[in-house]
Design a protein around this ligand. Sequence first.
Ligand code: TMP
Length: 257
Amino acid sequence: MARRRLVYEGKAKILYEGPEPGTLIQHFKDDTTAGNGTRKEVIEGKGVLNNRISEHIMGGLNAIGVPTHFIRRLNMREQLVRAVEMIPLEIVVRNLAAGSFSQRLGIEEGTQLPRPIIEFYLKDDKLGDPLVTEEHIIAFNWASQQDIDDIIALALRVNDFLSGLFLGVGIRLVDFKIETGRIWEGDYARIVVADEISPDSCRLWDIKTGRKLDKDVFRRQLGSLSDAYSEVATRLGIMPMPGEEKAGNRRGPKLVH
Ligand code: TMP
């Protein structure tokens, strides 16, 4: 393959120039970090699983009219996406208390929240991605009020879609993070879901046992991360299999009673 121009390298992914203007190739690495990059391991196969799981989720969102940057999966580790103007925020939606929310507010992990709660974090590794308010976002021009309204509407639709998707396979969606970007159509910017949605960026608990099936397995050293992610892919019916390019090898979602 011809050498590709690297556009950006992050902790878990690489972006290369795409085959056509306005496209990028998003490559999923096996690198796994926690504590803002202070702990790092290579977990074989994680990139393959996240590529597949993110494809499944973004494809599903596109199919119900929630716009995303995802175009199609190219191979085991790569997908073709639309180039977007990234908004420098991480948007977290929480259904149950967990993680930093529980710590900050002293609310026990697993407590059901009265409604989905949306938080914004500034994407800035040097500052450790601090929590910011809408006031900060508008004052510093990271996004406009209209952008924020669009992002909130998008995030709630993603929450409904993901909650239903995972509930159907016996998994509770505790919380998740998305990133968004703008696609310009003339003078009008449309906000779309970008980056990835995978067990790296969600909290997923088995409904019956409470087993964690997400990156907390790595953060909290609870066992094998690839076993947890494989379980998610298997339940969704998208576990990569030998000769996986044949569509007939897809098993379909696993019914959970
Ligand atoms: P938190 O409880 O640590 O704030 O995390 C909330 C959700 O956001 C959780 O599903 C994990 C996800 N997340 C990321 O995807 N990337 C991050 O850098 C952080 C801090 C959280």
